[in-house]
Design a protein. Structure first.
Length: 190
């Protein structure tokens, strides 16, 4: 059995004109479609987007050919308009704002600042570097999504003369975490 390709499924909905995608970031859909996608309604409605509370990413639920999936607006726009000859896996927001899902910048001033396109294909690494470069992620201290301790705990660990085993139990941390904090391999900015 062939693995389900969400991108191919989205592109099929676009090619079959069930989804009508515009460069300004708006997406319309046909009011109804048969289960096989062969018969489409002539009536078109604007898709209402939702914003994911934790990530801030804009998405909508798409039902096509009997399958319902959550899809990201920026990915649909990129699939429709941006070539991806290197088959890069992610779509990056050039200005860093996840609410800006249009393809082109709306003003000459913004074009001069960010370039012609608001969206671009990227690797995971490129996307991470961009997030750090633009200040979306600091990656340091408690701003790091993987942080297990607070700055106050780091100071307490460094000031403590207690054995590592005792600190592990007190803070619920692994030995390596305690050692790395004490040796300033992590949390070096404090």
């Amino acid at each position: 059995m062939e693995k389900f390709s969400k991108d191919k499924w989205i592109l099929d909905a676009i090619w079959q004109r069930y989804l009508i995608v515009f460069e300004d970031g708006t997406i319309h859909r046909r009011k109804s479609a048969s289960a096989d996608g062969k018969r489409l309604s002539a009536e078109v409605v604007l898709i209402k987007y939702r914003t994911h509370k934790k990530s801030g990413r804009v998405y909508f639920n798409l039902t096509w050919k009997g399958i319902t999936k959550s899809v990201l607006v920026n990915r649909v726009i990129a699939l429709r308009f941006l070539p991806n000859p290197l088959n890069l896996p992610q779509v990056n927001h050039v200005d860093g704002d996840k609410q800006h899902n249009y393809l082109r910048q709306p003003t000459p001033e913004l074009i001069a600042l960010w370039g012609e396109f608001q969206l671009e294909w990227a690797t995971n690494g490129d996307n991470e570097k961009h997030a750090h470069r633009t200040g979306l992620k600091s990656g340091r201290g408690s701003s790091n999504s993987n942080a297990k301790v607070t700055p106050a705990q780091v100071i307490a660990i460094r000031e403590s003369r207690a054995p590592i085993a005792e600190l592990m139990q007190e803070h619920g941390l692994a030995r390596s975490t305690i050692v790395n904090i004490r040796d300033r391999k992590t949390w070096a900015h404090i």
